[in-house]
Every structure is written in C-alpha cells, then in structure tokens.
Write a protein that binds this ligand. Structure first.
Ligand code: SF4
Length: 316
C-alpha cells in the first residue's frame, strides 16, 4: 500500500500511496503501463479506511528512519486515486505529518464538486489532458461509458480557478492517435486557459496495455513541445531519460544530452553551450553520427533532441 520514497524529477523524493487495488480505473488508456484495467468504474467507493492508510504511512516512515528524505507523500495508485471516497479525509489526516501531499489523477471525476474540494486540500496535483477532441479521447484513454469529456474539461477549469497549490498537466502522446499538430494546438490552447505551473509532455516508456502502442516520432515530439511553447506554456518533456537541465557538469556532451532529454534546444543555444563549455563541433558531430542526438526542424528552425530510440535500443 505504501512504497518508496522513489526519486522523481517532478516531486523529489516521493513516498507513494497506493489507495486503489490493482487495477481499478475510470480509463483503460492504451498506453497504461499497469496493463489492462481489470475493473472499469466511475463510482467512488471505500477501498481502505483513512485510518488504514494513515497508519500504514506512519509505520512505513518509522521503518525508514529519520535520515530518509521525503519531499512528498504522493497518491499514485494502481488505478485512479479519486475513485477512493475517503481521499479528502485521508489527505487531511496525512497533512498532520507535516509533509506536502501530491495527487496524480486522470481528471476523469473532476466534474464532481466533492472531488474538486478534496483535491484542493493537496499541495501538488497533476491532471491528465491527453486530448480535448472526443474521438481522440475515446481512442487514447478509452473512458468508462458514463464519462463526459465536456464536463471533465469544465471541471478542470473550475478546479484550476480555486486550487492554491501547484498544478501541473500531463499529456501522453501516442503515435498515430494524438500526435498530430492539430491535437497539440487544441490541447495546449485548452491548457493555456488555466495556465498550470508546468505542462508535461510524456511518452510511453514501459510496456503499454496495448502491445501495438508506440511513442511518437521525434519530429512529432518536437512539434508538440514547440506548439505548447508557442502557447506560452512552461513545458517539459518526460521521456524516460531524466535529464538534469539545471546543473552543468562542464562536459558538453553530457550536458547537451541531459538538457535535450527535457527541452529540445535551438541550434544557436547549442552553439552557445558548446562555446561556454570550451568544446567544439567535433563533439557535436560525434553525438549526431552515433545517433545519440538528432536534429529536427520546426517552423524553419533547427532543434536538437536526445534520440530516445537509440537510448531504448541500448538499454535493452
Ligand atoms: S488513467 Fe492511469 S491507471 Fe488508469 S488506465 Fe490510464 S494510465 Fe492506467
């Protein structure tokens, strides 16, 4: 029920709370890394009592000892956390421990006022926005038949208007389903309406529920990033390679790969970094030749991205 803490780029050291049995969800996303949904449901109910979860968290923390750092207690279950009718009570009880609370939700029940109220008590909430077009939403997230996308999108806008914590979005891209420029424009324009602290673009990195699901091509990934940026969103890629865009090692090749795993870089910025780190074009060309780095054009400009296909092939 409790695991970690695990290092997370978004949350630092995150202690996971699994408040839903495997795998009960309101969606059956084609890319779900937990496999197919075993119970598709949109009705909230009790799975564990608040006391059970709070006691489990306390016991887990006690076992870890004082030296273990925990930045967030995160609801990240084997299903959709807001299906848990005790979520609000449990968040309030856990807040007494003095550790910030995070919830990663697929947003499907956010049209329900109690769900919005309960999530408002958290310190950090991640909401999923894979598509704002109904057909694409059905194809990628395969929702429970009773769910209504318009209501969900309105619920998201209402929630964002009142939430005082950190709000981030997550958009998972799947090749051939939601990786078109039209979808990127629609999704980013919608997300811009509530301007989250961060808009993350993610791709499937572990075996998906549907075997044929593939991540988007590098060009589509770069297009998505650039279109989100054009909508003035603070966007970052999550591609399975946790680049550290914020610390410089002084090694041009390593820094370039780290940054471009998260932020595609314009050619001019790459040259600037190269000069700053006293490197030369030979290093850059080597990365391109060995396929670790890849060039992609968007609107006449050249961008460099870390080549995820190369990384995947070499990590297997
Ligand atoms: S919402 Fe999350 S848990 Fe549910 S099917 Fe989609 S990816 Fe899996």
């Amino acid at each position: 029920m409790i695991f970690g803490p695990v290092p997370s780029r978004r949350l630092g050291f995150s202690l996971g709370v699994n408040n839903i049995p495997p795998k009960e969800c309101s969606y059956t996303c084609v890319y779900c890394q937990l496999g197919n949904t075993l119970k598709l449901s949109h009705i909230r109910k009790e799975y564990y009592s608040t006391e059970q979860i709070v006691n489990a968290v306390k016991e887990h923390i006690a076992k870890l000892g004082d030296s273990v750092k925990i930045d967030y207690i995160t609801f990240v279950p084997d299903g959709e956390p807001t299906l848990d009718i005790n979520l609000g009570r449990t968040i309030s009880a856990l807040k007494n421990l003095g550790i910030p609370i995070a919830v990663i939700t697929n947003s499907s029940l956010i049209d329900i006022e109690e769900v919005r109220n309960e999530l408002s008590a958290a310190d950090w909430v991640s909401v999923k926005v894979d598509a704002v077009d109904k057909q694409i939403w059905h194809e990628v997230d395969r929702p429970h038949g009773s769910l209504d996308l318009d209501k969900i999108l309105n619920g998201l806008l209402e929630f964002s208007g009142r939430f005082k914590g950190k709000l981030v979005t997550e958009t998972m891209l799947v090749k051939g389903i939601n990786d078109t420029e039209k979808n990127f424009s629609q999704v980013s324009a919608f997300i811009k309406k509530f301007n989250p602290d961060k808009a993350y673009i993610t791709i499937p990195t572990r075996p998906p529920a549907v075997g044929s699901v593939l991540p988007p091509d590098i060009t589509a990934l770069n297009n998505a990033y650039q279109i989100f940026k054009e909508n003035n969103l603070d966007v970052e890629l999550i591609t399975g390679y946790e680049g550290n865009a914020f610390s410089s090692t002084g090694d041009f090749a390593e820094d370039l790969l780290n940054i471009t795993a998260v932020h595609p870089m314009r050619e001019e910025a790459v040259i600037e970094l190269m000069k700053k780190e006293n490197s030369d074009e030979e290093v850059l060309n080597k990365l391109l030749k060995s396929n670790r780095l890849i060039k992609s054009k968007y609107n006449g400009k050249t961008y460099y991205l870390r080549n995820l296909k190369f990384e995947r092939a070499n990590s297997q």
